[in-house]
Design a protein around this ligand. Structure first.
Ligand SMILES: *[C@@H]1O[C@H](CO)[C@@H](O)[C@H](O)[C@H]1NC(C)=O
Length: 436
């Protein structure tokens, strides 16, 4: 502020104050009108259900998941914002019994579902009347568990008078990547968890080609069984880990070359998987070692880490080989882009970094991009169900206003099964150096 030095400052004091106040007001006004924060605008637009660019209602879906041992719910909007989520995991209870006992899972779902849905809704800050639809897993899964989620959802749908969107659990897993990454159709998905193992080509929101699946158990299930057989829960470093995590942890200290194990199904030139044979081979090795070391079943073998390393390596190679063949098949049939193909890996086993590196060797060799949703979205959750609801709303697929006759389906395949065609193509997969 310029004040002539030969004039008494105090004569100008009221005027200066006046000017300062005016400047302050102008500055504030300018900030309000010309520099609005992005968040404020978003909030403002949202309050009017207006989506910038196009004029349509802002879609918000409540997703509910109870197909296995997690009671989960989430509220997601069409831009992929997770507005609220809640989950109750039964893992600890089932860990004690050494597996999921369906009536126990059902009882725990019943005890928790209302609270979980309420928590997700409260966290989202939206009122149930603002929901566009309710989406719930109705297939596949444990019958008793699916039943809890479905009957709760149908009551809610009836009370709120909202459309209902039945969700296929595996389709939801497969499309989760589109919530976190910009992935266009088609892409290849590998789903590996404790309950699932499949390779599918995703061509659209409800357009899947099944290339192969496990003929017996899932890899996560097999790894859990081996961990249990090795009593890793008694291992000081693994006492709080799930079976699969314990195997991954111990394998780092082991030598995989200590045991020579053949990869399963080497002669079958298809994209199917098998893990129960591998489990029996490992069982035999463990029995043999127990004899050699003169220890009882239930004690920790000195070679436990080597066994963990061997089983993990064989699992990784088997999964990598089948996936490699799937990529080659899709490229050969022009089902996937030659240079920009995407492989999405999801499910609980996708968080195993050793297996992921084996897959990276395959995607590197085939010029594919490997994508994985973050771990919390790889395992069962409500977000993927709500997101699948959003995808279906946007595509206008499977939105029901009439819920009469809706039933859950414990068994339900994913998409159109073309695994016979894949087998007939009998594609020979070039050998890759699995230096992981
Ligand atoms: C795959 O390729 C990338 C980029 O060239 C490289 O950084 C990475 O180490 C490779 N991964 C494996 C497992 O070889």
């Amino acid at each position: 502020m310029l004040v002539p030095s030969n004039v008494c400052f105090y004569n100008y004091f009221p005027g200066i104050i006046f000017i300062l106040v005016i400047m302050l007001i102008l500055n504030k006004t300018a900030r309000v009108f010309f520099k609005p924060s992005k968040r404020k605008v978003d909030g403002f637009l949202r309050s009017f259900n207006f989506h910038p660019g196009t004029l349509f209602l802002h879609k918000i879906v409540l997703g509910i998941e109870t197909s296995c041992d997690d009671t989960a719910a989430a509220v997601v909007d069409e831009t992929g914002n997770v507005l609220g989520e809640a989950i109750h995991s039964q893992t600890e209870v089932h860990l004690k019994t050494g597996g999921i006992i369906p009536p126990v899972a059902q009882q725990l779902h019943r005890e928790n579902i209302q609270r979980i849905v309420q928590e997700a809704l409260c966290a989202s800050g939206i009122s149930p009347s603002e929901l566009s639809a309710i989406a719930t897993t109705i297939k596949p899964g444990l019958a008793l568990s699916l039943g809890v989620g479905l009957s709760f959802s149908l009551q809610l749908v009836d009370q709120l008078k909202k459309p209902f969107i039945p969700i296929h659990h595996m389709e939801a897993h497969a499309l989760t990547i589109r919530l976190t990454n910009k992935v266009e159709f088609p892409f290849l998905v590998l789903l590996i968890s404790g309950g699932h193992c499949l390779l599918a080509l995703v061509r659209g929101v409800s357009d899947f080609l099944l290339l192969g699946k496990s003929l017996d158990i899932a890899p996560g299930d097999m790894l859990d069984k081996v961990a249990r057989r090795l009593s890793l829960i008694k291992h000081p470093e693994c006492s709080t880990m799930s079976g699969g995590k314990a195997i991954e942890h111990l394998a780092k200290q082991g030598n995989r070359f200590h045991f020579d194990i053949n990869s399963p199904m080497q002669r079958a030139k298809n994209c199917d998987f098998s893990f129960s044979g591998l489990q029996h081979v490992i069982d035999k090795i463990i029995m043999q070692k127990e004899k050699e070391e003169g220890i009882e079943k239930g004690q920790i073998l000195s070679s436990a880490a080597d066994i963990a390393a061997a089983v993990q390596h064989t699992t990784a190679c088997h999964i990598a080989k089948r996936t490699h063949r799937a990529i080659l098949f899709c490229k050969q049939r022009d089902l996937l882009s030659q240079s920009n193909a995407v492989l999405v890996v999801s499910g609980g086993v996708a968080s195993n970094l050793y297996i992921r590196r084996a897959l990276e060797i395959v995607t590197n060799a085939t010029q594919c991009t490997l994508l994985c949703p973050p771990p919390r979205l790889c395992t069962d959750n409500g977000i993927m169900i709500a997101w699948n609801g959003i995808e279906r709303l946007r595509a206008g697929l499977g939105i029901l206003d009439n819920i009469e006759g809706i039933r859950y389906e414990p068994k339900c395949p994913l998409g159109v099964d073309i695994s016979k065609e894949v087998a007939e193509a009998a594609i020979k997969v070039p050998r890759l150096k699995m230096k992981i």
